[in-house]
Design a protein around this ligand. Sequence first.
Ligand SMILES: O=C(CO)COP(=O)(O)O
Length: 264
Amino acid sequence: MTGTVRRTPLIAGNWKMNLDHLQAIAFVQKLAWGLADAKHDVASVEVAVFPPFTDLRSVQTLVAADKLPIAFGAQDLSEHDSGAYTGEISGAFLSALDCSYVLIGHSERRTLHGESDEQVSGKVRAALRHNLVPIICVGETSDDLEKHGPSAVPVAQLKAALSGITSTVDIVVAYEPVWAIGSGQAATPEQAEQVAAALRAVLVDTLGEDVAQKTRILYGGSVKSSNIAGFMREPNVDGALVGGASLDLNEFTSIVRYQKHVGL
Ligand SMILES: O=C(CO)COP(=O)(O)O
């Protein structure tokens, strides 16, 4: 471990199936005003939002027109580039909308839509083909935790997601324990750090030390303004993937500005 690489923290808001395109415009505009009022420096903490697909064109137009310092991405993409895949969205389309990121393998996709490790890996490769930074989501259920301990399942999921990828790539990893999502029961900072360190070791093995040191690892699961600082103090946690609290302007702004309210 070199420990010397500075990774710009990333606070990402996963809106899930909330806010239509008109609500999205109002929300992103107010978020930008709030951050500007607070003189937030995006070079110190990057901010990204993940609206539903139908909002992306509106968010793109607003961000481009007003040059807002807010990145955006989609919540999923197809592993295929085009063809007879009704209802699917190609990475090419997301790239054309200036998306920077795409969430892949969120536990809600894995459990509600039966997304397999193979599909997750296909989607990671699709994202990279289209110059999108994949945010690869991994995490264990409470059953997994009991049976296999804290890092076995997230580590296996990350290895599977990265299969066939060896070159230098720009990716983000999000550790989201399933039991912490939407439950109000976040992991402790120590738990998050233990898994994040194990995930970084996977990155070292698969992509090499340099890429591993540059790659951001986020924690997600019941993140709020009251607990963000604890996670951000951990050496291997480089940001947060926020669900519910990302829909509350004050909460989300306060999470983005964690450095100010705890004096980090
Ligand atoms: O799933 C999540 C983000 O992707 C986390 O959701 P909550 O922050 O609502 O627990």
